[in-house]
Design a protein around this ligand. Structure first.
Ligand SMILES: Nc1ncnc2c1ncn2[C@@H]1O[C@H](COP(=O)(O)OP(=O)(O)OP(=O)(O)O)[C@@H](O)[C@H]1O
Ligand SMILES: [Mg+2]
Length: 391
């Protein structure tokens, strides 16, 4: 099948879902773009639907469309990008990127040099852990760093930094409190602890606007934003309105999390936000009994050749427990396929969990080199990226 024929089939399948009256979508809808990357075997369909549509309806349609297009054009990886816009026929602003005509102009956060999103489509993969410890690793490099928790439904930064004091307000501006040398802000500082957080759609962008624009963020080299799981309203709101330097995508090496990486990375391109790379979390496991067993083996003295060989074999086996890759190299393989940099791998380690639970961030006193280096790698990667862009 030639490329045009392929694209036509994909368009037909996508249109059948877009105009399926069973789907409660309001307003105009259209297929904006169909792109085929023949080398990577990826077909990307970009559609536009009105932002007034419920996010669940959009996600539901996205899933249905992926299935429909995949059965119409087999043997490619199908990605659907949904642009939520205000009136398909009335683009709001002109622009330099593809699709930018659908997006209102973005604003830079005053006084902040670089803005990074730490995100993933999947929950519980370690976004907050990575956001917090990356912020501290950047601080360790001499940067002035702020950390903003934009997980409005489940803010975890207050627990991770061990503080929930409300910020003070000076004039019209909220002043983010300084905690562990970072300027930190979370909705969790401003609401009753344990209060269920149920935001209606429009309230989400209202709260996000407040946390971005009614706060004194000035004087920072970097603002690290801890994003909620998913690709929902918070993402649309921030990607459309804020100048972002790059997104750092966090994943675990499980098939389910990686499937969400594939699905999630397409969210950024339509808004011109680059993906800095992928951080693989809980990828390796270091068995700590190894050194003690090695000491025992080294204390055995034998002149018998068979016993010597057996001891050598045992040492080699032990060596493989240094950083056990429980799930293999799936993340690296996926990054290669998607053309993304794998920034680093963070080991699965109870010490990180304990620090999180105690509210004392790991990078304040990072005892284990493998964990310390992983977070330092992310900071170095971002700094090198900034330097390369200046040149
Ligand atoms: N490398 C690790 N080793 C051990 N535990 C970890 C590691 N990374 C994260 N955790 C633990 O996994 C849990 C989830 O981490 P975290 O809250 O950072 O994920 P998240 O992606 O922000 O979750 P959510 O989607 O709910 O916001 C926490 O209990 C955290 O302490
Ligand atoms: Mg989180």
């Amino acid at each position: 099948m030639d490329t045009k024929e392929f694209a036509d089939k994909a368009r037909q399948a996508a249109n059948a879902v877009l105009f399926d009256d069973e789907r409660p979508l309001q307003g105009d809808r259209e297929v904006r773009d169909i792109r085929i990357d023949e080398d990577a075997h990826v077909l990307t369909v970009t559609i536009a639907v009105e932002s007034a549509n419920d996010i669940d309806a959009r996600v539901d349609m996205e899933d249905a469309m992926r299935q429909a297009v995949a059965s119409a054009v087999p043997d490619v990886d199908v990605r659907i990008l949904v642009l939520a816009i205000d009136g398909v026929d009335e683009p709001k602003a002109s622009c330099a990127h593809d699709h930018k005509s659908d997006i209102p102009p973005k604003k830079a956060i005053p006084g902040v040099k670089h803005v990074y999103l730490v995100c993933s489509a999947k929950g519980g993969v370690g976004k907050s852990t990575v956001a917090l410890n990356t912020a501290l690793a950047l601080k360790n490099e001499g940067r002035r760093v702020a950390l903003l928790d934009l997980d409005l439904y489940g803010p975890s930064i207050p627990a991770l930094v061990g503080s929930d004091l409300p910020p003070i307000v000076v004039g019209n501006l909220i002043m983010p409190p300084e905690i562990h040398g970072l300027s930190v802000l979370s909705i969790g500082f401003m609401i009753e602890k344990d209060q269920p957080l149920m935001w209606r759609g429009p309230m989400v962008s209202g709260v996000i606007n407040q946390l971005l624009w009614e706060v004194d963020w000035s004087g920072h080299d970097a603002l690290v934003i801890d994003m909620p799981p998913g690709t929902g309203d918070t993402y649309l709101s921030i990607l459309q309105s804020v100048e972002i330097d790059a997104a750092v995508v966090v994943t675990t090496p499980s098939e389910l999390a990686l499937a969400d990486v594939k699905r999630g990375v397409g969210v950024f391109a339509p808004y011109g936000v680059p993906i800095a790379g992928v951080v693989e979390n809980m990828a390796t496991y270091n068995w700590e009994g190894r050194d003690a067993v090695l000491d025992l083996l080294n204390a055995v003295h034998t002149t018998d050749d068979d016993s010597k060989k057996a001891l050598e074999r045992a040492r080699k086996i032990l060596d493989t427990t240094k950083a056990i890759r429980i799930f293999g190299n799936r993340t690296a393989d996926l990054c290669k396929k998607l053309g993304l940099d794998l920034i680093t791998s963070i080991p699965l380690d109870i010490a990180l969990q304990n620090c999180n639970d105690a509210g004392t961030p790991y990078m304040l006193n990072p005892a284990k080199p493998a964990i310390r280096e992983a977070f330092a790698n992310i900071a170095h990667f971002l700094i090198r990226r900034e330097e390369a862009l200046v040149k």
